[in-house]
Ligand binder design. Structure first.
Ligand SMILES: [Zn+2]
Length: 759
């Protein structure tokens, strides 16, 4: 899938040239002698630094290149022969490298298309091609025999003919605007462009507004010729390139649609398809801009608002009609096996504390960038750690390397594994580190904010392959330049990486948001030409030209992720800087105050405009636009309990961080015991943020601080129970979740207090 941070990276990438010019003035990564590592005493940090030098020596760009070439040589979607072969290849490798490895198999609902058609039946006739022809210079694009045609997995079956309506990106705001323009989608097929949120929300909102079918196209403005030269000249989406993808409603739960909350083992009790809430209710297909163009050109009705117009050389009309379209989707609704590769290196001192590292291995077609670019870095790490073990080294805590299957259809492999082993993971998992796509550019890290300083120190100690400065220095420089140029928020002066909040879109979701396991997600990117997302052109030949030609960013990812794993496994104290978490929650809370205040002011203004009757006279009488609906008044919410909890948490965090630093290097007789007590508290600290009732209408999501937005899908919502209640004007629920979130923050603070209480 697609990390939400890619857009941020693309903006940052434009600053590349500037950075190169100033790089001489910037700090190079520190060498092996550095002593400052979170959770380590100075002497242990020196040992760790030496270990990391040996780890680095075990990484190979050439191997990553070879693995990617062979693993992306055939289609490797769920259920394909090559997907299974790749899992077995990794199993052999992990064992060869000394890991205790196995494949864990689950049976999941995975429909595959049998009969697809998109036809314009009026006013003229056109049959959509619905496939991706070979491209010159791309060896695998000719291997179409085993690939699935472009489709959206978990869309409904159907064969319908109806008038077409253009709905822009198909967001709630877009439907409000359509309503004011007097256009209804009831009984019609919508054509919607990618962008503006998780693709699964497009058919979902279309259905909720009465549409009977949904076509999603890639507008060339976004990742085609509007972004750069198209493949094979450049790396952007060619006219026939299609973005496949899942449309299961992951805002409710991820994983196999038939086994929510439990592992999809052979004997598991399954829902019927009719009972599964995450399956889409209407047929939906993704199409290329070559196929979309004749459909859009045949639309009449009003001209679309300026912000709705894309990059095609035609006038974008809303419809409905006269374009009439037939959409046919028939699938085989079978269960298919998925193959998770799980490899363990048992800890010598604390074997029941696990540091888990994961990336997925399944793709939509060949998947060189998504996901193999991240997966081959993970393999490099496993090999290098295996070499350390072969020399007699053992980690302090257990290390678990995982390569997930079935991520693309809906985080199936990770979710089913997490659900199957939930009790053990809640007891043992201290940290989950995820990656997915990777390529040239800047690092992006998202995750639990108590890990911010830990992740930043690792970025400080790894060099950027092209500029010679540290990965951290590049990121901080870009943040400052971007802020100066008006595109971003100012750096906070901490010298640490900006850490994004986790929404969804990759395998950390079940770990963090279902089980409350501390998580990080990371990758390099933004300086690639990646316009072939989820198409057959996401290939080895594309990656070696436009992704990471030297594979040095694959090595850099392995250096960063490997250090995160090794430090978390080796440190005397598990990573945590509580003040960073407390301050972040403070910022989120301030945002909620501003959100409610802003909505109150805006609703009052709207009331005044409606009372004064200005919408009528303001509109063009020949193309009238009706007034917006009056909104419910925004009350003053009962934030006091939350504000109090945040202040209290800040106090607890401050005391905890002081004691944490002392304990790192304390050598007195009781110190070891105190450290053990602190580690026990830290292992499951994040779980204090769960509430067993979950979020409103989606009990599977139990984390009270981070969730994917119900109306955004990929994008994170912080303090989601409160924030989404405010956004949806459910005031009682907002007040109720103030209490629930305050309770969770108090539990987190109490755990910090207990960890440092004198015995
Ligand atoms: Zn992916």
């Amino acid at each position: 899938m697609f990390p939400a941070s890619m857009r941020r990276l693309a903006r940052l990438a434009r600053l590349g040239a500037l950075l190169a010019a100033t790089s001489a003035a910037m700090a190079a990564p520190r060498g092996a002698s550095t002593g400052d590592m979170e959770g380590f005493s100075p002497s242990a940090a020196a040992v760790e630094a030496a270990l990391e030098q040996r780890f680095d020596a075990g990484l190979s760009a050439q191997e990553q290149r070879d693995w990617m070439q062979s693993m992306s040589s055939e289609p490797n979607h769920v259920g394909s022969a090559h997907d299974k072969a790749n899992a077995e290849f990794m199993l052999r490798k992990f064992r060869e490298w000394g890991w205790d490895a196995s494949i864990e198999t689950f049976m999941v609902l995975y429909p595959t298309p049998r009969d697809l058609a998109v036809e314009l039946v009026a006013p003229t006739h056109f049959s959509a091609r619905l496939r991706e022809p070979p491209v010159e210079g791309d060896a695998t694009s000719e291997k179409t025999r085993d690939e699935l045609p472009p489709y959206n997995v978990y869309g409904a079956d159907g064969d319908i003919t109806a008038e077409l309506v253009y709905v822009n990106q198909g967001t709630l705001e877009d439907y409000k605007e359509l309503d004011r323009q007097g256009v209804s989608v009831k009984g019609r097929i919508v054509i919607v462009r990618y962008g503006g949120g998780w693709r699964g929300l497009k058919p979902k909102l279309a259905y909720e507004h009465g549409a009977v079918g949904c076509l999603i196209f890639s507008d060339p403005r976004d990742d085609g010729y509007g972004a750069g030269d198209v493949y094979p000249k450049g790396g952007y989406r060619p006219p026939d390139g299609v973005q496949r993808g899942s449309v299961q409603d992951m805002t409710l739960y991820s994983g196999d649609p038939l086994t929510p909350g439990m592992g999809a083992t052979p004997g598991a009790k399954r829902l019927t398809r009719a009972e599964a809430k995450t399956l889409m209710k209407i047929p939906v297909l993704p199409i290329s801009y070559a196929d979309a163009e004749p459909l859009l050109a045949a639309l009449g009705g009003r001209v679309a608002p300026p912000a709705w117009r894309g990059g095609l050389a035609l006038t974008y009309h809303l419809g409905p009609g006269p374009a009439k379209v037939r959409l046919k989707v028939l699938s085989d609704w079978n269960q298919k096996p998925i193959y998770d590769v799980i490899a363990t290196l048992r800890g010598a001192v604390e074997p029941d504390r696990w540091i888990i590292r994961g990336n997925h291995h399944d793709a939509w077609v060949f998947g060189a960038t998504d996901p193999l670019s991240g997966n081959v870095a993970l393999m490099s790490e496993a090999e290098a750690i295996g070499k350390l073990a072969a020399q007699g080294w053992r980690p302090r805590r257990s290390i678990v390397y995982t390569s997930w299957d079935g991520e693309e259809p809906g985080l199936l492999g990770s979710t089913e594994w997490v659900e199957t082993h939930a009790a053990e993971l809640k007891a043992k998992a201290a940290l989950y580190i995820n990656s997915d796509t990777n390529g040239r550019g800047l690092i992006s890290v998202e995750g639990s904010h108590g890990l911010r300083h830990f992740a930043s120190q690792v970025a400080r100690d790894v060099g950027d392959p092209e500029t010679g400065v540290s990965v951290l220095a590049r990121s901080l420089a870009a943040e400052r330049v971007q802020s100066y140029e008006g595109g971003g928020r100012p750096a906070d002066g901490s010298g640490d990486l900006p850490l994004g909040a986790l929404g969804s879109g990759s395998d950390y979701t079940p770990f963090l948001q279902h089980l409350g396991i501390n998580s990080l997600n990371l990758g390099f990117g933004g300086e690639t030409q990646y316009g072939v997302y989820h198409s057959a052109y996401d290939s080895f030949d594309h990656f070696r030209r436009f992704g990471d030609p030297t594979f040095e960013y694959g090595v850099a990812l392995a250096k960063v992720s490997g250090r995160l794993v090794l430090r978390a496994a080796q440190a005397e104290l598990l990573p945590e800087r509580a003040a960073d978490f407390a301050n972040s929650v403070g910022v989120f809370t301030e945002e909620l105050h501003k959100l409610a205040d802003g909505m109150r002011a805006s609703s009052r203004e709207l009331d005044q405009l409606l009372d004064d009757g200005v919408f009528g006279p303001a509109t063009d009488p020949s193309r009238p636009r009706t007034a917006p609906q009056r909104e419910s008044a925004v009350p003053f919410l009962e934030f006091a309990e939350l504000d109090t909890a945040v202040e209290k948490l800040k106090q607890s965090a401050k005391a905890f961080d002081i004691e944490y630093l002392r304990l790192c290097s304390a050598a007195d007789a009781g110190a070891a015991l105190e450290r053990e007590r602190m580690n026990a508290a830290l292992t499951s600290l994040e779980q204090t943020l769960l509430d067993a009732r979950g979020l409103p209408g989606r009990a599977w999501y139990q984390h009270m601080i981070f969730a994917p937005g119900a109306h955004t899908g990929y994008g994170a919502k912080t303090l989601p129970g409160i924030r989404e209640a405010i956004e949806d004007r459910r005031w009682n629920e907002a007040n109720q979740y103030v209490g629930i979130v305050a309770h969770a923050l108090n539990a987190y603070g109490a755990r910090l207090d207990a960890a440092i209480a004198a015995q």
